[in-house]
Design a protein around this ligand. Structure first.
Ligand code: RIB
Ligand code: CA
Length: 306
C-alpha cells in the first residue's frame, strides 16, 4: 500500500510514521503546524525520516502550512513539549527538506502514484490547500485516512484538536467527495500507551526503540499529570494508519460527519449523525478497534526500525 503522511509530529505522529514506514510504501512526509509550530514539526519529520532510513534511503520531507486557513494557530505544546517530541533525544540532522511546498507535493504525488492513500494526522490545512489548487486531487487518491474529530472533544469540550486547529480546512476536506476513513477520539481512546509497553520498547535492541521510549514515557507521564491517573495516553495517530493497513481490526460504518465552524462554544466540533435511521454518509466512521493486536503491530513496527 503506497501512502503519504501529512502530520504535525508530535509524539503519536512519530509512532504513526514508524507504522506507515513498516506496513506501507511511504513515499513522502508533509509537515503542518499543529501540535507545535511548523519549524518544529518539520524538524521532527526530518529527524524521523533520518532515523527510519534504510540502506541510505530516506523518505522525502516537504514542509507545509504554518497556520490555519482562517484565524490564529492553536498548539498542543502543553502535551507534546515545546519541541513537539518532549522526552526524545534528538540527533543532529543530516538530511534537508525536499521542498517547502507541501500542498504542491500532495498534488504531484497524486499524479505520480496510482492508488495513493493520504494519511492525515494533523490539522487538515495542507489537504485543503491541495484541494483548492487542484479540484481533481481527491479523485485521483485511493482515499484519505484521517485521525480527527469525535463525538467528544479534547481541545475543547466539543472539539478534537486536529479539527479545532483548522475547522475550515476540515470542512473543505469532508465536503470534497474523497473516500474518507475517519478515526475520531471515540476510536483512538481505545488504544492507550501503558508502562509495560514503554518498558518493552525501551528494551528493544535497535536504536529506534529507546528513542521512542523516551518520548512515550514523557507522553504517558504528561497525560497522567494533566488528566489524573485515570487519564489514558491514547495513541491517536497510528490508528489512522492501521485503519487502512489492517481494517479487519476495526468496525466501521458510513456516517455523515459535518464540521461546526461558527459555533460560539462548538467551533471545531464534528457532528456525527448516529441516528438509527440515518443512511449513508461522507465518511467510513471507525467505531471499534481490537486494541491488543493493534498495539502489537505498533510495537512490531518500532522493533522493525533501524
Ligand atoms: O487529538 C489528537 C490529535 O491531535 C493527534 O493527531 C495529535 O498528534 C494531535 O495532533
Ligand atoms: Ca498529530
Amino acid at each position: 500500500m503506497r501512502v503519504v503522511v501529512d502530520c504535525d509530529p508530535g509524539q503519536d505522529d512519530a509512532i504513526a510514521i514508524a507504522v506507515a514506514a513498516h506496513r506501507c510504501e511511504l513515499v513522502g512526509i508533509v509537515s503542518v503546524a499543529g501540535n507545535v509550530g511548523l519549524e518544529h514539526t518539520t524538524h521532527n519529520a526530518l529527524v524521523l525520516s533520518q532515523l527510519l532510513a534504510t540502506e541510505g534511503l530516506h523518505v522525502p520531507v516537504h514542509a507545509g502550512a504554518a497556520g490555519p486557513l482562517v484565524g490564529d494557530t492553536y498548539d498542543a505544546a502543553h502535551v507534546h513539549g515545546e519541541s513537539g517530541l518532549a522526552g526524545a533525544v534528538l540527533p543532529e540532522l543530516t538530511g534537508s527538506l525536499a521542498s517547502d511546498d507541501g500542498a504542491g507535493f500532495l498534488v504531484k504525488a497524486s499524479r505520480q502514484h496510482d492508488d495513493l492513500w493520504l494519511i492525515a494526522i494533523g490539522p487538515l490545512t495542507n489537504v485543503a490547500h491541495a484541494i483548492q489548487r487542484d479540484p481533481g486531487f481527491t479523485g485521483r487518491l485511493a482515499g484519505i485516512s484521517i485521525m480527527g474529530g469525535g463525538t467528544v472533544g479534547n481541545a475543547t469540550a466539543a472539539a478534537e484538536f486536529n479539527i479545532y486547529a483548522d475547522p475550515e480546512a476540515a470542512e473543505i476536506v469532508l465536503g470534497s467527495g474523497a473516500r474518507i476513513v475517519m478515526c475520531g477520539l471515540d476510536l483512538t481512546r481505545q488504544v492507550n500507551v501503558t508502562q509495560a509497553m514503554v518498558d518493552e520498547v525501551a528494551a528493544l535492541p535497535n536504536a529506534f526503540g529507546p528513542f521512542c521510549a523516551g518520548f512515550l514515557q514523557a507522553y504517558l507521564d504528561r497525560v497522567r499529570d494533566l488528566t489524573g491517573a485515570s487519564g489514558e495516553a491514547a495513541l491517536h495517530d497510528p490508528c489512522a494508519v492501521l485503519a487502512i493497513t489492517d481494517p479487519a481490526l476495526f468496525q466501521m460504518r458510513p456516517r455523515e460527519v459535518k464540521v461546526e465552524c461558527l459555533g460560539r462554544h462548538t467551533r471545531g466540533m464534528t457532528l456525527v449523525d448516529q441516528r438509527p435511521w440515518a443512511r449513508g454518509g461522507n465518511v467510513e466512521w471507525c467505531e471499534t478497534i481490537d486494541a491488543e493486536p493493534a498495539l502489537r503491530l505498533i510495537v512490531d513496527s518500532i522493533a522493525a526500525a533501524p
